[in-house]
Structure formats: structure tokens, C-alpha cells
Design a binder for this molecule. Structure first.
Ligand code: EPU
Length: 419
């Protein structure tokens, strides 16, 4: 973990144009899915972030060749070693759970330490194991690691016990080369799950129902290499829009797929943010008074949990009492304790629900980024705050946002990265 911090001087209006990068949560499963072919895969628009570098380390450990030049990653999984992926590699990245499906399919065995990741609450793996068992995997009793084996993965019609994003992705990656047909019901269908399906289809997989909660997958014998552009990151897009809105700036956010954010636009309108949607961009304009709203997270296409904290930060500037209901994770209101140091007086009802009264004058303070999205929320708060905010633990922000400081500075923010 590095010791860099951000020093943010607040009160600057953001102005200009900014381009969204490739989606982290699409790139992670797509990199793992590249192990399903012996042929070379080229991925473009891959975000240059710490989580992707960790993913590459794991590929190298398995003997897979990769190269990253700019935002283009080449992967050549001619051979994939059957090795235990230990705690050291896995602990940095919850998404390493995404190797379960591809390795099981490729090597018929996978041994993986229990994954780490952002401290956003309890993050079990029962749904992953259940889905893989439905497809024919045997879960072996190993104390400290996840150990799965199979003779032959076989297609099946089953329902996910929870619409888990990475759980669905593991099921998809196991089903594409399984024997026969699979139907996954209550599949997660976030834009990154859709991108994984589109990527696999470009390799010759047969997945139907992409973008819905029911996926039909016809197993094929082999997948081929491909060249694929990772979809743009709707979570980064939302973050940049919120950063612009809170400073009452005028910013064009480019390379956005507006369809990925339908409910987000609706909530922004409810709050009173002024913006215009284009085909692949959004123009954020200065807003008059903002109004308090109720914000509840749920699976796609409902409001994304990953934008709850950044959005709630905007609500600190809205008139009235906003109600926040985080339904997915029990550790995703922690940022409110940090915003308290900046002058907010939230009413935290329980680990899932809180009330925010606004508008609150935010003041610069010394605060910590407690996870990736909480970190983004605090940066947004710091942009609107009076004076200087010192943000520690920015390691979490670097995990998922490509040079957020430089991007925001390019449209007028003042963020210094210091040791
Ligand atoms: N759940 C279970 N059992 C499981 C798995 C999940 O009960 O075996 C529950 C979780 O506790 C949670 C719900 O299911 O209440 C949804 O969790 P999910 O499994 O969908 O989360 P995830 O797949 O671990 C992905 C994203 C997260 C994002 C969530 C929710 C990736 C790599 N990660 O995590 O992204 O918050 O879906 O949309 O796609 C982030 O980018 O900052 C991030 C944390």
C-alpha cells in the first residue's frame, strides 16, 4: 500500500471537456475470460489502474504472457499452469474470484485463496460456488482455500441464489465451454456483465439474452482469439458528472453510453441538476437550487451501489432531508463519518440507511478514503469544500480510477498528489 495523499483546494468550478476511460468492472472479467482460449486476445480501452496490474500479476504467475502498452493489453494463454493462487496475490483484489470459472473450465481444477478487496462489508462466495456446482463442479473441503474440481462441466437450467455480478460472470465463463445448454436465471445484467458476454460472443461463444436477467448459453467446443474494445466506464462517467455538478461547473463528459445510466439521469433530474444528453456524451451545466431526494440502490437497471456514495455527496448540497438506502453492502455508508469531519451532520440509522440534511457548507479537513467509491465521494466533497482537504489512503482510488487527480485537474480542479 503506498503512502500518497491528495491535497485538494476546493471551490474551483470545473470547466471543459473530459473523456471517460474503459470500464474496470468489464476489463477484470474479460481478462480472466481470456484464459478460455489458447489463441491471442487483444483488448483495447483497458484502464491503466492498479487492479488491472494485479490481474496481470496473477496471469504471469500462471505462465500466461501479457503486455500492456497504453490502454492496449495483449494476452496469450497458450498454456495455463495449474497452480494454487495464494493469499499474497489474491488479497489485493476481490475480483481474483473471477479466475474460478475460467480455470475450472480450462484446467478442470482450481485452487484459490479466499479473496480480499475493498472493505465494503460482508462479501461471501456461496453464490459462486452454488452456480459452479450446478454446472458440475465439485467443491473440495480445503480449510483455507477455494478448491474446485470437475470432470466435465455440463450445461444446466438453474436460478442464481442472488443476482451476484461476479457470481454470474463465473457462471457464464464456466457455461460457454460446458457440454450442452445452460440457462442462468436471475443473472446479473450490469453493463459490465453485458460486455463480458459480448466479448465471449466475439470469441465464438453462443450467449443469448444479453442485458436481461435470463441468459441462454449453448456450449461450444472451442473459443478463438479476438480483438475487443472494453466498454466505457459508466461508474467513472457518473463520478465525473457528479464532480462537475457539485462545483456548478460546465463540463462535457465524453465517451459515455447514456443507456447505462438511465436511473442515474432520472435521479439527477429529480435533484434539479441541469444537463443535456447526447448520443455518447453528457453536458453538465450549472444548476440552480438542488432538492433532497430518496436514493435506494439495487441491481441493474436500478441505482448502482457504486454511485451511492458519490451521489450522496451531491445531496449534501440539496435543500431538505435526503434518505439513503444502500441495500447491497453493509459497509458502504462509512464515508459519512469522513464527511462528518468536513461539517456534515448525517443521521446514520443503521449500516444500510442514513439521512442527510442539506445544504451543508463543507469545510476542508483531514479525511481518509475508506474504499474505492467512498474515496471518489470524498474527492467530490473536497472539490466543493471551502479550503484545503487532505485525503489519505488514496490507494483505493488508484485501484479503480485512472489518474482521477490528473483528469479533474485538466478541467480546473486543484488536486496535488503528495507523499
Ligand atoms: N452475495 C452473496 N453471496 C455471494 C456473492 C454475493 O450473498 O456469494 C451478495 C453480496 O453480499 C451483496 C450482493 O450479493 O449483497 C451483490 O454482490 P455481488 O456479488 O454482485 O458483488 P461483486 O460481484 O463482489 C461487483 C463489483 C462491485 C459492485 C458489486 C455490486 C466487480 C469486479 N465488482 O462485486 O464493484 O459494487 O458488483 O454491483 O464487478 C467497485 O467497483 O467499487 C465494486 C466494489
Amino acid at each position: 500500500m503506498h503512502t500518497h495523499r491528495f491535497l485538494v483546494t476546493g471551490g474551483k468550478k470545473l470547466e471543459g471537456q473530459i473523456k471517460v476511460g474503459g470500464s474496470k468492472n468489464a476489463a477484470l472479467p474479460i481478462i480472466a475470460a481470456s484464459l478460455l482460449t489458447e489463441e491471442p486476445v487483444t483488448l483495447t480501452n483497458v484502464p491503466d489502474i492498479a487492479d488491472i496490474a494485479t490481474m496481470e500479476h496473477i496471469l504471469h504467475f500462471l505462465g500466461v504472457e501479457t503486455s500492456m502498452e497504453g490502454n492496449t493489453m495483449k494476452i496469450n494463454a497458450k498454456a495455463v499452469a495449474n497452480l494454487e493462487i495464494g493469499h499474497e496475490l489474491v488479497s489485493k483484489l476481490r475480483a481474483s474470484i473471477l479466475f474460478l470459472g475460467p480455470l475450472l473450465s480450462r484446467n478442470k481444477e482450481v485452487r484459490l485463496a479466499y479473496p480480499g478487496g475493498c472493505p465494503i462489508g460482508k462479501r461471501p462466495v456461496d453464490v459462486h460456488l452454488m452456480a459452479l456446482q450446478e454446472l458440475g463442479a465439485e467443491v473440495l473441503e480445503d480449510q483455507d482455500i477455494l478448491h474446485l474440481e470437475c470432470k466435465q462441466l455440463k450445461g444446466k437450467d438453474f436460478i442464481m441464489s442472488e443476482a451476484s455480478v461476479t457470481g454470474t460472470e463465473n457462471a457464464i465463463m464456466s457455461a460457454v465451454l460446458a457440454k450442452g445448454e445452460t440457462i442462468i436465471r436471475l443473472a446479473a445484467c450490469e453493463p459490465h456483465v453485458q460486455d463480458l458476454c459480448n466479448f465471449l460472443n466475439s470469441m465464438g461463444a453462443k450467449i443469448k439474452g444479453v442485458g436481461t436477467h435470463t441468459l441462454q448459453i449453448k456450449g461450444v467446443k472451442k473459443l478463438k482469439g479476438t480483438e475487443y474494445r472494453i466498454t466505457s466506464d459508466y461508474l467513472e462517467a457518473g463520478t465525473l458528472v457528479l464532480a462537475s455538478a457539485i462545483t456548478k461547473g460546465s463540463v462535457d463528459v465524453l465517451d459515455v453510453n447514456p443507456n447505462h445510466l438511465d436511473i442515474f439521469w432520472q435521479k439527477l433530474r429529480e435533484v434539479g441538476v441541469v444537463f443535456e444528453l447526447g448520443k455518447d456524451m453528457v453536458r453538465v451545466l450549472p444548476s440552480p437550487e438542488l432538492k433532497a431526494i430518496r436514493l435506494q440502490t439495487a441491481i441493474f437497471p436500478s441505482f448502482p451501489t457504486d454511485l451511492q456514495a458519490p451521489f450522496a455527496t451531491l445531496l449534501t448540497q440539496a435543500k431538505g432531508i435526503s434518505f439513503i438506502f444502500e441495500t447491497l453492502f453493509d459497509g458502504r455508508l462509512q464515508y459519512l463519518y469522513e464527511l462528518q469531519k468536513m461539517g456534515l451532520e448525517p443521521r446514520i440509522i443503521n449500516p444500510y440507511q442514513a439521512e442527510i440534511t442539506g445544504p451543508t457548507k463543507l469545510m476542508g479537513a483531514s479525511v481518509s478514503s475508506c474504499d474505492l467509491r467512498a474515496g471518489a465521494a470524498i474527492v467530490i466533497a473536497a472539490l466543493a469544500a471551502e479550503g484545503e482537504t487532505e485525503i489519505s489512503n488514496i490507494y483505493y482510488i488508484d485501484r479503480g480510477y485512472e489518474r482521477l487527480d490528473e483528469k479533474l485537474n485538466s478541467i480546473g480542479a486543484s488536486i496535488k498528489r503528495v507523499k
